[in-house]
Ligand binder design. Structure first.
Ligand code: PMP
Length: 305
């Protein structure tokens, strides 16, 4: 298979990837009744460190609560599983995927009778949008797929089923030759990328997209701290696509994408048409924090040793 995940934690046991099996009649496989997290561990001087593990686990439990899925483990047990997966696989840096899902019991739409299974896997994953996109900036396109309104899908939950919406947008963007999609809400306001939050800069003013249908990004929150350190005032705003077209800099944030500069949107060059200068500085500071080079943020790191 493409993903080399080594040892996977499945329902309380550490098993080799080939043996981490579930039922083809799992409710989640048919109806998307799962919740997941995306976490990164980074190589630091003190070994592998998981970035903001507490916050990711808390969001996992909130995602599950939203879709009425009781996770049969405590937050401490999930945290221990995450650390064990990184440690037992001997990773210095990796991407970590905890997943809780409704297993096989009945295939009526009602998920409540189905047992909840949990797995944590981790693998090596480089830059999400490609090294070139980090250097030159990503080319993005506004998707024809609108973000689901809050009364259609619970977008504050990282629920598997929600991601049909994101993967439709991502696939169309890639097929059209772009690196990523920007998704609008049904009224035309910018919500987020298929798996990233959006920021933009005009002069020395920095703006973060604030929207009821976006995921509450943990990277986004981290960037608020970075901006404050740089003396930048961040305002949370609703914005239409044309406000992004005329920004000096636009960038996306996410655990996978980290801080990814945007060089064009819908064929309009953003600023200089390259990775913006302030974006580069923000990215540099973020990478320092996640790799343990900024002692002020050491409390965000969970060392696996
Ligand atoms: N929006 C969506 C839809 C996402 O899937 C993600 C990735 N989890 C994000 C935003 C960014 O969130 P985070 O910074 O916590 O990874």
């Amino acid at each position: 298979s493409g993903i080399q995940a080594g040892l996977i934690w499945l329902n309380g046991k550490m098993v080799p990837q080939e043996e981490a099996r579930i039922s083809v009649l799992a409710h989640a496989l048919h109806y998307g009744s799962s919740v997941f997290e995306g976490i990164r561990a980074y190589a630091t001087e003190k070994g592998a460190a998981v970035f903001r593990l507490q916050e990711h686990t808390e969001r996992l439990f909130n995602s599950a609560k939203i879709i009425r899925m009781p996770i049969p483990y405590s937050a401490d047990e999930i945290n221990a599983a995450v650390k064990a997966v990184v440690k037992d696989n001997g990773y210095d840096a990796c991407y970590i995927r905890p997943l809780a899902f409704r297993g096989g019991e009945s295939l009526g739409l009602n998920p409540l009778p189905c047992p909840v299974e949990v797995m944590v896997a981790a693998w090596k994953w480089g830059t999400y949008l490609g090294d070139e996109a980090i250097e030159k900036g990503a080319k993005v396109v506004t998707s024809s797929w609108a973000r689901s309104p809050g009364n259609v899908l619970p977008t504050k939950s990282k629920a598997g089923g929600n991601y049909i919406n994101s993967s439709l947008a991502k696939a169309d963007a890639i097929s059209a030759g772009f690196d990523e999609a920007i998704m609008l809400d049904k009224e035309g306001y910018v919500s987020e990328g298929s798996g990233e939050n959006i920021f933009f800069l005009k002069g020395k003013k920095m703006y973060a997209i604030a929207h009821s249908v976006t995921l509450t990004g943990i990277t986004r929150d981290s960037i608020f701290h970075v901006a404050r350190d740089m003396g930048l005032e961040v305002q949370e705003v609703m914005a239409t696509r044309d406000e992004l077209y005329t920004a000096d800099e636009v960038f996306m944030t996410g655990t996978a994408a980290e801080v990814s500069p945007i060089s064009s949107i819908d064929f309009r060059e953003i600023g200089s048409g390259r990775a913006g200068e302030i974006t580069r500085e923000i990215r540099g500071r973020y990478m320092d924090i996640v790799t343990g080079k900024n002692p002020r943020y050491d409390h965000w790191l969970t060392y696996v040793e």
